[in-house]
Write a protein that binds this ligand. Sequence first.
Ligand code: DAH
Length: 345
Amino acid sequence: MADNAADDLKTLEAQGLAELHGCADEAALRGWNTRFFGDKGLVKAALGKLSTIPKDQRGPYGKEVNRVKEDLTGAYDAALAEAKDKALQASLTANPLDVTLPGRSRPRGRLHPATQILRQIYAIFADLGFQVYRTREVETDELNFECLNMPAHHPARDMWDTFFTTTPGVVLRTHTSPGQIHVMREAAGKPIRVILPGMCYRNEAISTRSEIQFYQVEGLVIGEGVTMADLKGTITAFARRMFGPERQVRIRSSYFPFTEPSIEVDIDWPADDPNRDRLTKGTGWLEILGAGMVHPNVLRAGGYDPDKVTGFAFGMGPQRMLMLKHAIDDIRLFWQNDLRFLRQF
Ligand code: DAH
């Protein structure tokens, strides 16, 4: 091999290694790589020279140029790996990671207390063999009142301050009781054992005890030989499960147009609660539901024959139950969305 060609390769190798070691970082190394190994790079040029070398010296030249190429490639790969490692170490020391720091906590959502009490009610009645049935919140006057034994102008309608819609004969349901008619018409003569939960609306002056919207859970049982004893047994079993055996259950007679006879059921307010008198109007009791034996006219409106079957019904206030359980003193707290209240449940 001609000496000058061999010298050129030695110079190329030495220059390459020297410049490589002068590179301070990854970017400089990449620049070096282009200068030596790019399309117009020095190594390419040295390879291209092969055709100008006399035939008999081509073999040794080719061998040598390949050796130089491999030497530089190996050196470059090693330098690049080292530069990357250095950069990583530098960034780790610059932004140290403290693995002992506590993690960021994720705020957890929860069910609204009203939803929680509804689910407890469903669970208890599920154990008693009741199905959950939902009906509409916008009702006809016919189902909300007439089918429940309250024709137009019946004075009992005064018990429900009603929101009327702009469509004549269509109201926001004032109670879940019209659901009884829906269920009866769908069950079409078969025995019934359901609860009907849902939102109700009343045109009330809002106070600590009254809201314009609230939940109710209606219950309806129809079959042959259903009696008041079944009603009392069901309600007492329910109250025991919901409030525990220590709490008192009081059943007293009452009046509703859609039941005969009718009762109301109270639970004693916790004796040690300072708000007891105010919230129970001095009686110590809070009413949780109205109930009774389904009136024959209501059975007829639902398509049942009162000579063949009897039934009982009830309508309970889940939010009142929650107030009783936790001595909550203001029903308005439920829909105010104040997290300080909601987070307690
Ligand atoms: N619907 C009544 C109300 O909102 C509650 C009620 C009373 C429901 C007696 C009933 C019942 O099913 O039998 O005040």
